[in-house]
Design a protein around this ligand. Sequence first.
Ligand code: GUN
Ligand code: ZN
Length: 443
Amino acid sequence: PSPGRLAIRAQLLGYDGNPFVSDPADCVRHESDGLILVADGRISHVGPYVADLVPPGVELHEYRDALLMPGFIDAHVHYAQTPMIGAYGKQLLDWLETYVFPIEQRYADPDFARAMARLFFAQELAAGVTTTLSYCTVHPGSVDAYFEEAARLGLRAGAGKVLMDRNAPEPLRDTAQRGYDDSRRLIDRWHGRGRLFYAVTPRFAPTSTPAQLEAAGALFAETDGVCMQTHLSENLAELDWVRALFPDALDYLDVYDRAGLVGPRSLFGHAIHLSPREWDRLAGAGAAVVHCPTSNLFLGSGLFDLRRALIAGNPVRTALGSDIGAGTSFSPLATLNEAYKVAALRGEALSAHRAFYLATLGSARALYMDDRIGRLAPGYEADFAVLDLAATPLLRERLRFADTLEEALFVLMTLGGAGCVRATYAAGRLVHDRTRSDASAQA
Ligand code: GUN
Ligand code: ZN
């Protein structure tokens, strides 16, 4: 066998362009019987299957009744909240106090953090997700646990230590200076190591003083390629609180803008209740928003405006997120299924091509990583999700009644869920195989 080399035969689907602004037919790349060659963790060839193209000695993985796509991206998630998914009965601010702050205190224990990082990545891989951008907790050890596991799996992954210096329980608070110093050390340790990247992570405006937001802005400005992630306009009570805490700001986004936190590589989770000014500023700054529909429905936060985000004259880079533990599924298919329903409640329709673009190349673009992940093209990192089109009798039979590719994709996103992921590859390595590692992945 040739080390570092691999060939995969499957039906292939990916996007080379943005179907929100261009004709989907010009954006989609589809091979009903395709071949991908991988060398040294990257795609070296994509095209129709031709037996002679598989170099001698290279292992061939063949998938029947399956669709291979670029590995999915989960651009907004809290790995530390994995053990409290599905917490009953509250909206955002009460939910944070009642459920989130207690569980996050457990991450003072590095063993607990390591166990949860393992559980978290097993779930993401089982859902076909190969790139995650996660919040950790205030504890630097929670970041080490996350990056150690991501490195072990060879994933492209980002994360950051949560910054919180007010309006949180004492054990979860840092200070502007300590948050800066801890983040600085973590950036030096992890950013740019292998495929890992750091994200400066003020939780949201209410839990940081202006001084801490300034310090976050300095960190964000100091290091090339570092991301910034926070929450923006998720819940109406949160908006009232931000107005009371920052009476001088023009609006919620302006709180972040004044601290230098709005620009390329800043990612704002939720972005539901925004003014036209905030949308225009996000677009102009090259910043991104992350749509988290299962979370927004679960916490009753509101309905994301996909039309303004992506179809308007000046669209905003938009990614997709599970927002675990307010989100209720690791599966991007389940997330897209809910995104469709959120659009439906606004009188709109999210097409399958646009949906799958959002979970792949669209999210890569929001991260400014669309030159390396999110596409099936030579030179791109070999991260793949292989979806089983016969995962359940219902899916298999329903797909027989789908006449077009787009109809089949729409059925897949409606019925598929995490259960349809047959295999997941990261940098050309098989990191999840449902037929072999069900037990460990689901554990
Ligand atoms: N806003 C501030 N913190 C959080 C969080 O942990 N989850 C969600 N959904 N919103 C937040
Ligand atoms: Zn969140």
